[in-house]
Design a protein around this ligand. Structure first.
Ligand code: ATP
Ligand code: MG
Ligand code: MG
Ligand code: MG
Length: 430
């Protein structure tokens, strides 16, 4: 008999198939037993009617416990009332592995209780839906770049470079030498862009964030693009196309998951191109007009980002930040050197910054000056300066935070649910 994924049951209506999964839940109603089986791809309700089922099988179905692993065979039926549209009439059950006293019951649990059992919590339909959407978003990112001829060029995780200064870095012992876990792969991507033209890297980055927020993890994934012969405007355009592409993919392919999460889909459908753009200076005016005590030169925190982005249905670009609050490599605006040609992309609904990006300084002399002004060790940056010594070109790039994007698209409260095993200020286990 064919073994099929639950998400594909619709292809097998009126056929007998086998599914391999776990018992999520069961109910009974008079002569009927309902068992809900999940297999990672989705879940399905399977039914057994007492008078129409072999008594031994009926007994087995009644006794199987939550999270036991089972193989079940059955006839696929259309069932418009079920979320997936299908049900299974069970013809056989085999228990593969039993499960006693499963700790996560169907009643409400506190978040610490669940976080301590993250390895089991991810089995629940909400968490599994988030992780399936995360997977779709990762694939969408790869497809987007692939279709546009970007080369995937991975950057190192262990580095001797404190890219943007040593705060927030995890230090490691590299056979007696001081090294760090990368906060970003950007500087390396600038080098690969000079070799390959348009590149991206996509992997985990590490920041020893000291504050506890709903948006910061200590280990998170970033998709970072870097483009040779690219300016600020072209950089914004590719960012908005990427974010729009991701949303459309999730809407098309993960509608069941969005439904499970009770996501307000209208909010995602309302996102349209081009995204609104305001300058930092305009943003400061908006904030002050709204009564915020905020001065030109300050960096935004969560309240300011929320206040600004809530006014728009699509993500909002805030561009031309003061040079002092941005990284040393950001290119000053030729029309006003107090600000740089960079932008943050703020997600709607208060999810905050999902992308940071900008055009890079291509001039050797200016870049050296900036390294000095920022008190960075010039010796460590010799290879990076080489990129300006040998065929320097205007170039730009950006980094998209995967978990922030997942949290926004899923409409979840806290970023800890956007990754299988979150690393947070007070949590490193499991
Ligand atoms: P924030 O201002 O929110 O601290 P950032 O400006 O420090 O973010 P960047 O260095 O610009 O972040 O990194 C690019 C993207 O990575 C951000 O736009 C965000 O989506 C994501 N990001 C940054 N820090 C974290 C974190 N600690 N946890 C999860 N995602 C993060
Ligand atoms: Mg930060
Ligand atoms: Mg920021
Ligand atoms: Mg940023």
């Amino acid at each position: 008999m064919t073994t099929v994924l639950i998400k594909h049951l619709g292809r097998y209506v009126n056929q007998e198939v086998q599914i391999e999964g776990w018992l999520f839940n069961k109910r009974s109603s008079g002569k009927i037993r309902f068992i809900i089986i999940r297999d990672g791809s989705g879940q399905v309700q399977a039914t057994l009617v007492r008078d129409e089922t072999d008594p031994e099988l009926f007994e087995l179905a009644s006794s199987v416990t939550q999270e036991s692993s089972i193989r079940a065979t059955g006839l696929v039926r259309e069932e418009p009332r079920s979320p997936s549209g299908y049900e299974l009439t069970v013809t056989g059950i085999e228990i593969v592995g039993g499960s006693q006293d499963y700790p996560i019951t169907l009643k409400e649990h506190g978040v610490d209780f669940l976080a301590d059992r993250r390895h089991l919590w991810i089995r629940g339909p909400r968490q599994a839906s988030i992780l399936r959407i995360r997977s779709e978003i990762e694939q969408a990112i790869r497809d987007f770049f692939y279709e546009r001829d970007f080369i995937l060029a991975d950057s190192p995780i262990i580095t001797a470079l404190a890219a943007e200064g040593t705060t927030n870095l995890f230090e490691i012992d590299y056979h007696g030498e001081k090294a760090y876990l990368a906060q970003t792969g950007q500087l390396y991507s600038e080098a690969t862009a000079m070799a390959l033209g348009r590149v991206y890297n996509f992997g985990p980055v590490f920041r020893a964030e000291k504050s506890k927020t709903r948006r910061h993890l200590l280990e998170f994934w970033m998709a970072e693009a870097e483009m040779a012969y690219c300016d600020h405007e072209a950089n914004l355009k590719i960012q908005e196309e990427l974010v729009y592409y991701i949303i459309q993919r999730v809407l098309q392919r993960k509608s069941l998951e969005l439904k499970t999460l009770k996501r307000d889909i209208g909010k995602l459908e309302a996102v349209s191109l081009p995204f609104p753009r305001i300058s930092y200076t305009e943003a400061v005016k908006i904030l002050r007009d709204s009564g915020e005590d905020f001065n030109w030169g300050d960096d935004f925190g969560a309240p300011q980002e929320t206040l600004l982005s809530e006014r728009f249905a699509s993500p909002l670009f805030v561009h031309r930040f003061p040079a002092e609050i941005k990284a040393f490599y950001m290119k000053p605006d030729p029309e006003d050197s107090k600000v740089v040609l960079g932008a943050d992309l703020l997600a709607p609904e208060g999810y905050g910054e999902i992308i940071g990006g900008g055009q890079r300084i291509e001039d050797l002399v200016l870049l050296r000056q900036k390294i000095m002004q920022h008190n960075l060790p010039e010796e460590e940056f010799q290879w990076y300066l080489d990129l300006r010594r040998y065929g320097s070109v205007p170039h730009a790039g950006f980094g998209l935070g995967l978990e922030r994007t997942v949290a926004w698209i899923c409409g979840i409260e806290h970023i800890r649910e956007a990754v299988p095993f979150p690393r947070m200020l007070y949590r490193i286990r499991p």
